[in-house]
Design a protein around this ligand. Structure first.
Ligand code: BG6
Length: 490
């Protein structure tokens, strides 16, 4: 067994074992943790679902999920060991008496118990009540809950109150899977281990920052969830704001979770309010219509199964944010994210200011603006755009653009761990530092609520954009009116 998890046998309970998250992410991640020997020999995985089950069907469902979502073939030896860990329990989370069945399947005395809530957010309070009333929560238990927690500050506070009625803050692991991505972890390393990116990391040399997360996929059958939530709550409230705070926070006192959270919260509190008064200048929302992606015709949002044809839910959002503190005043942060776009792209682009004097004017009218690109997808890595002298005797000081390009994984055929692998492992180890604190979520809802209420108050409807494009033209205008452009992709 891997040294670092010695003596951490646990009962890992998944509420919603048959759901999409479990099939797509949790089961494959647990398989890889098994493969790389991170799971204690005595750990069991307990799948909870509402429907009556038969063990054979459930084991087949797990195997099928692995066949669909592993990046490699299932290895028989690993599968044998992995599949023996499973137990199943059917219960209806809305009835707290039902939880007695679960109690019989877990070892509260001698093991760490992890409850993973892979169910819709409206079930969270019932699960907490069920666990609490039946006393299947003690100091050895931890819960993992998925974003978005609530729909706004009010509903978040309600969920949180119930969670904290039965669990202490140190038992609560609020997942934002972007925090488990290698490149996001690397952002801390990049910023705080290199003086190059440490000093001057502020408005003295940084001009603006763009954070883009574009997807080609639509809502993937999640109509009930997505139509109530929309892209802003699904992506901005969590993933994009997490990235924004990690890029901009001041150096924390240490890597301790409390010190990091303290700095992130300061940033969230310094975000300039966007409300109905300035919503038009600072935001654009869109919704996809049909179009072509990778040579395939795709339906419009309104044609998705389960969506009513009058839905105004946004599937695209672009926001110009400002941080009103000493470090970042005057630097705009352009955030954008959307579904059914031309390419899957996730990146952070830091634009540096132009030098005040161009010494090379005789040979180069303009100097290129330096850019630092942190790529989350594709080709996780870091790229720096700089200028250097064109090689040769005749070229005087003709300059050319060069890229310093670093691919995080190189060309080696190594396993790239999914964010969920790391986050599940960290929860097993009892390390909360890659999870989101209660106050961070509160602050982010405060900012997001104003924006969403602003759209409502001003009756702003999403602009229709064609699937397979870069989203509504108005998102270009949002940045172009500031004399800037979105980073271009081929
Ligand atoms: C999830 C959202 O949190 O993140 C999804 O609910 C989105 O709508 C997904 O597709 C994107 O994650 P990734 O890791 O594929 O960029």
């Amino acid at each position: 067994m891997n040294e670092i998890i010695k003596n951490k046998a646990c009962d890992f309970v998944i509420f919603g074992i048959n759901g999409d998250l479990s099939k797509r992410k949790l089961l494959p991640s647990l398989y890889y943790l098994e493969k790389f020997k991170y799971i204690h020999n005595d750990t069991n995985i307990i799948g909870v679902s509402r429907s009556e089950f038969n063990i054979k069907d459930n084991i087949n469902m797990i195997k099928k999920s692995l066949l669909n979502f592993l990046k490699e073939k299932i290895n028989n030896e690993i599968w044998l060991k992995f599949s023996k860990r499973f137990k199943f329990c059917n219960l209806d989370v809305y009835y707290s008496d039902n939880f007695i069945k679960l109690k019989k399947n877990i070892n509260l005395k001698n093991k760490i118990i992890i409850y993973y809530f892979a169910t819709p957010p409206n079930t969270f309070s019932y699960i907490c009540e069920g666990l609490g009333k039946n006393k299947i929560n003690n100091n050895n238990t931890r819960i993992i809950v998925e974003k978005p927690l609530g729909k706004n500050l009010k509903s978040y506070n309600y969920i949180n109150k119930i969670i904290l009625k039965y669990f202490k803050e140190i038992q609560v692991y609020r997942i934002d899977h972007y925090l488990g991505k290698e490149i996001i972890l690397n952002l801390l390393a990049l910023r705080f281990s290199n003086i190059l990116f440490f000093s001057n990391w502020n408005n003295s040399i940084i001009d603006s920052v763009q954070i883009t997360i574009f997807e080609q996929i639509g809502i993937e059958g999640r109509s009930e969830y997505f139509n109530k939530i929309g892209q802003t709550r699904d992506m901005i409230q969590n993933h994009l704001l997490q990235i924004l705070t990690i890029i901009t926070m001041a150096p924390p006192l240490s890597l301790n979770i409390n010190n990091i959270n303290e700095e992130k919260i300061k940033i969230l509190k310094s975000l300039r309010r966007i409300d109905y008064k300035n919503i038009n200048e600072n935001t654009v929302i869109g919704q996809y219509k049909s179009g072509i992606i990778n040579n395939n015709k795709v339906n419009s949002y309104l044609e998705e199964k389960g969506i009513n044809n009058k839905s105004n839910t946004e599937t695209f959002v672009a926001i110009k944010a400002n941080i009103d503190n000493w470090q970042w005043l005057g630097v705009p942060f352009y955030l954008r994210t959307g579904k059914r776009l031309k390419k899957k792209i996730a990146e952070i682009v830091i634009y540096f200011k132009n030098l005040p004097i161009n010494l090379f004017q005789k040979f180069n009218k303009n100097l290129l603006q330096n850019k630092l690109i942190i790529r989350l997808y594709p080709n996780e890595g870091i790229e720096i755009k700089i200028l250097n002298k064109l090689y040769g005797l005749n070229n005087n000081y003709k300059l050319r653009k060069t890229k310093l390009n670093f691919n995080f994984y190189g060309k080696k055929n190594i396993h790239k761990p999914d964010a969920y692998e790391l986050l599940i492992l960290e929860a097993m180890l009892g390390n909360q530092s890659l999870f989101v604190s209660c106050n961070e979520i509160k602050e982010s809802w405060k900012w997001i609520d104003l924006i969403i209420n602003g759209w409502k108050k001003k009756k702003i409807k999403p602009i229709i954009y064609k699937s397979g494009t870069w989203g509504p033209k108005e998102s270009d205008i949002l940045i172009e009116k500031d004399g800037r452009k979105w980073n271009k992709y081929l």
